[in-house]
Design a protein around this ligand. Sequence first.
Ligand code: SAH
Ligand code: SF4
Ligand code: F3S
Length: 469
Amino acid sequence: MSRIDTKPQTPSKRVFIKTYGCQMNVYDSDRMADALAPHGYAPTQQIADADLVLLNTCHIREKASEKVFSELGRLKELQGEKRAMGGDLMIGVAGCVAQAEGEEIARRAPVVDLVFGPQAYHRLPVMLEQAAARRHLHPSLKRAVVDTDFPEEDKFAHLPAARREVTLARGLTAFLTVQEGCDKFCSFCVVPYTRGAEVSRPVAQVLDEARRLVDAGVREITLLGQNVNAYHGLDAAGRDVGLGELAHLLAEISGLERLRYTTSHPRDMDDALIAAHRDLPLLMPYLHLPVQSGSDRILKAMNRKHTRAQYLALIERIRTARPDMALSGDFIVGFPGETDADFEDTLAIIREVGYASAYSFKYSTRPGTPGASLDGQVDEAVKTERLHRLQDLVAGQMQAFNASMVGRTLPVLIERPGREPGQLGGRSPYLQAVHFDGPAELIGAIHPVEIVGISTNSLEGRLAGSVAA
Ligand code: SAH
Ligand code: SF4
Ligand code: F3S
């Protein structure tokens, strides 16, 4: 494989990036592609065409983490096939498994050329050069390049921005990471270890990136952070700016129509952010606010740092500010020590809140977390049964929420052609997928759509003349 030039050049190589895990990884994968573009790498969707494959991994549950090793097995075969044809393939592991396991991956899977954590993405071109140089070594001496440091420098300040046409091709909605890391240390969770301490990007950097996105045609931005509502960025005067104030600053960008953010921790929903939901029409009425469990005993064991009553009081305040707020949540069943009564408390809080959508998981023991050494690990069969009951309940709530839209006219951000010819697809303010017939010229517009029916995961509509409040 040829060495990588540091000067911009026309694409001569192809990179395939496979993304696992959360939206922050989706954002990071794009940023890795942006970092590689000036070094002659164009993205490809066909793994067989790739000169470089990057796995952007997730460590959150055991299953997610183990997927990486089975994928590496397949990549080894692909590499063998390519070499037999006179070609080659470089393989990199990025993301949270890389951060958590580092050298261990290199040991377990010698096929890997580089292993690097989320804080090292700006160094990717240099690491690739190093990895390419090591390829000429005898196999017994060859070792992967491993970079899992948490560097001093601000990676975002060193990552190049996407070119305008690249941003445009990625769609009308975009993610923008404003905060990384987590200081909460929930006892089940690896994120504080894989992503490090909470860090917020400076306000000017966020506003610049948002303006660039909007200039390229983006209409909706979702601000991302492992604890996005713990955002505390500094402005030019060195003043601390919270997420509510940041939303006000973003609202001034002309052409930005919609703003969302995820994921939030209940403890960080402050008054300014709640007030922003009342005052800013561009802040969409959909909030992902995980509670994990409805039992105070389990919440305490999880180190969530709030009670069931505090969560419910918070929901009440949010709904006072924005009565139509749709809520979504995450739930874990089978945390160590969870009894039938604790689980019933979780079902009860779900009934009380009424979620528009929810994600639920069986507790997965993660090495190095306090939860892993707790007594009272719950039987797998019990976890499965609880998960099914919980999922039935939230599926019913989601369906009821979607059904409540029928007959209403909603402003829909029209994003793309639909599955059927002549169809368009977009999103309601409540993040529901909406399908309807209409002309392709409407893509990019926010247009009123009357909701006429629901299907499993989306709403069916027809174009309407005006938006009913
Ligand atoms: N920062 C976010 C969550 C990020 S992880 C928050 O605090 O809400 C996304 C979700 O994965 C969590 O909300 C939790 O429900 C789930 N999760 C995390 N660790 C888990 C584990 N060990 N087992 C099962 N689910 C887990
Ligand atoms: Fe994990 Fe808890 Fe931090 Fe969320 S708040 S990332 S669940 S430790
Ligand atoms: Fe997974 Fe890391 Fe996100 S562990 S959920 S990819 S922060």
